[in-house]
Design a protein around this ligand. Structure first.
Ligand SMILES: [Fe+2]
Ligand SMILES: [Fe+2]
Length: 260
């Protein structure tokens, strides 16, 4: 198989054929093995991680050595828009979403305490969990994920693997939320705890993928005009939601006072 063909092959298939490639990716902190999807093509992984040129050359040399151990075959050098990345300078709309992640991460940090103190019998316990589900559904999903899915992704090919991975995470999260609501109805604390745990296991990695890989990649591929359109659309969404995000922020702050 040619070098080109490997660049256009899914990383999971490459890893199955050459397990050493997984070790190499881990060494470069590219966590394809924990992604759970493994749909991305080798060339996309290199493109979206946007490493320093020397680091990328070293990574590709190691991968080509793993795939073609006895041949001096090199992957072609990728064309770059600019050099010297890593310091992430988000555009204003991406920055907004990264800031929303900060509040979601504060909620995730509180979840172990929320789970330990689950109480579906008292009014206070029910109020707390209902507010938590409201945060998940209305802040993290409706308000935040809608900015991603309905506004940002439409500028890109929906079939791009990284976008599929992110969408699949959202779908999995929604499945857990549905099950959480069912558990509350059934007063089934164990089932509720189980789905809260699964939810809390998906989100940190998901947010990391967006903050460190997807958003910077999108920023590199959006035109200045598109970034402007996106930002004004985000401002419209913020206006539509009025003080709901403030209410959600207050809920997190109250919970931090209670548990921290
Ligand atoms: Fe997301
Ligand atoms: Fe997000």
């Amino acid at each position: 198989m040619s070098v080109e063909a490997y660049l256009n092959k899914g990383i999971k298939e490459i890893i199955t054929e050459f397990p050493k490639v997984e070790e190499i990716l881990n060494e470069f902190e590219i966590a394809c093995s924990t992604c759970g999807e493994g749909l991305c093509l080798l060339k996309d992984i290199v493109e979206i991680h946007y490493m320093d040129e020397d680091v990328e050359a070293e990574l590709m040399a190691k991968i080509s050595h793993a795939i073609f151990p006895n041949k001096a075959i090199k992957f072609p050098k990728r064309k770059r828009k600019t050099s010297g990345p890593k310091e992430i300078n988000y555009s204003p709309p991406m920055k907004k979403m990264v800031e929303e992640h900060v509040l979601i991460k504060r909620w995730l940090a509180l979840l172990p305490k929320v789970i330990d103190n689950l109480d579906l019998d008292s009014e206070e316990g029910l109020q707390l969990i209902n507010n938590g589900i409201d945060f998940i559904r209305n802040f993290a999903d409706k308000y935040h994920h809608a900015k991603e899915e309905d506004e940002t992704f439409k500028y890109f090919d929906e079939n791009f693997d990284m976008i599929k991975v992110i969408r699949n995470d959202h779908i999995r999260v929604r499945g857990h939320v549905k099950a959480m609501l069912q558990a509350i109805d059934n007063k089934d604390k164990n089932m509720l705890a189980e789905h809260l745990v699964s939810y809390s296991q998906i989100l940190p990695e998901h947010i990391k993928k967006e903050d460190e890989i997807l958003f910077p990649w999108m920023d590199r591929n959006l035109t200045t005009n598109q970034i402007g359109q996106l930002y004004s659309r985000f401002n419209e969404i913020d206006a539509e939601y009025g003080d709901a995000p403030v209410k959600h922020r207050n809920f997190i702050e109250e919970l931090e006072k209670k548990f921290c």
